[in-house]
Design a protein around this ligand. Structure first.
Ligand SMILES: C[S@@+](CC[C@H](N)C(=O)[O-])C[C@H]1O[C@@H](n2cnc3c(N)ncnc32)[C@H](O)[C@@H]1O
Length: 284
């Protein structure tokens, strides 16, 4: 059972105290813990749509795709590139912002647990993603919430990870301890290029993100993780399509062409960027 400690009320940021199957703040705002152990800290007032984030279908597609290990080289690259200062901590406090159904966080916790005590929290705005995640890993805290207002106290984590997600840097900085680390995992120019060539009549030039830097952070280390993999059945091709933004962006014809395939050889091109939080008066 997860601990659900050190969380804050999303309405007034007061600490949440556990009372049986609920978390309650001093102003009496109460949040019930779900049967599977997660907590929903996304009040209706802060929702911009009725069912925000990835849909039930996208979550299922990602779960079934990732479970087959196609993207495990990304996890291996994350684990081997963990900075030495994090490796030296006996307890590692890790937050996955936009964790989806939790595949990455589960694998990272499993791989680092022999050498560290892990305090791991996964947050996603999709209740479908968090429901799924919470059914499969009980030692991790799972929260329905938004990166825009992370419902935890400042300085709570040593490491924030945001993989293929929607980073909100001031929030990540707030919840990180001084000198804490932010890992951004993002697509490179050639990521799934063979699929994109089928989906789109023309490939738009790749836009490199955060070239001007990220305020409050210093880029310390970058890893290019590039590998080839093949899908040899229509189901996995459909799952990959359904778990990416291409499912919304590509034309009907493009999607039909991809869904007609039974085999495709693909390139994964992923950038890992490790940033370190700077103190307010820091000079490099
Ligand atoms: C492309 S998926 C990546 C999921 C996971 N990190 C992975 O790599 O498998 C993006 C995730 O961000 C979530 N998301 C979208 N907006 C969000 C927000 N404002 N706060 C937290 N999560 C958000 C979606 O629900 C979705 O699960």
């Amino acid at each position: 059972m997860s601990a659900l400690e050190q969380l804050c009320c999303p309405l007034d940021q007061l600490p949440l105290i556990r009372q049986e199957r609920s978390l309650v703040c001093a102003n009496g705002h109460a949040y019930d813990i779900a049967k599977t152990g997660y907590i929903n800290l996304l009040p209706v007032q802060k929702k911009h749509s009725k069912d925000p984030g990835d849909s039930k279908e996208m979550v299922a597609a990602r779960r079934d795709f990732l479970a087959q290990g196609y993207y495990d080289p990304i996890i291996a690259a994350i684990v081997t590139s963990v900075p030495e200062t994090l490796k030296r901590l006996s307890e590692l406090r890790l937050f996955d912002a936009g964790c989806g159904e939790g595949h990455y966080l589960r694998q990272i916790v499993a791989q680092l647990t022999p050498s560290h005590s892990m305090d791991a929290v996964g947050l996603d705005i999709s209740k479908w993603a968090i429901t799924d995640a919470s059914k499969r890993a009980k030692t991790i805290d799972w929260i329905v919430g938004s990166n825009a207002h992370v419902p935890v106290a400042e300085g709570r984590f040593d490491w924030v990870m945001c993989a293929f997600g929607f980073p909100v840097f001031p929030e990540f900085s707030r919840i990180l301890a001084d000198q804490g680390w932010l890992l951004l995992v993002e697509s490179g120019a050639d990521h799934l290029i063979e699929l994109r060539q089928i989906l789109y009549p023309e490939i738009k030039p790749h836009r490199v993100t955060y070239t001007e830097g990220v305020e409050g952070f210093v880029l310390r280390h970058e890893v290019d993780q590039r590998f080839a993999f093949s899908l040899d059945n229509g189901e996995d091709i459909a799952r990959l399509l359904a778990m990416t933004p291409h499912i919304h962006k590509a034309s009907y014809q493009g999607k039909q062409a991809a869904l007609a395939l039974q085999k495709i050889d693909l390139t994964a091109d992923v950038k890992l960027r490790w940033y370190q939080k700077q103190g307010k008066n820091h000079v490099e």
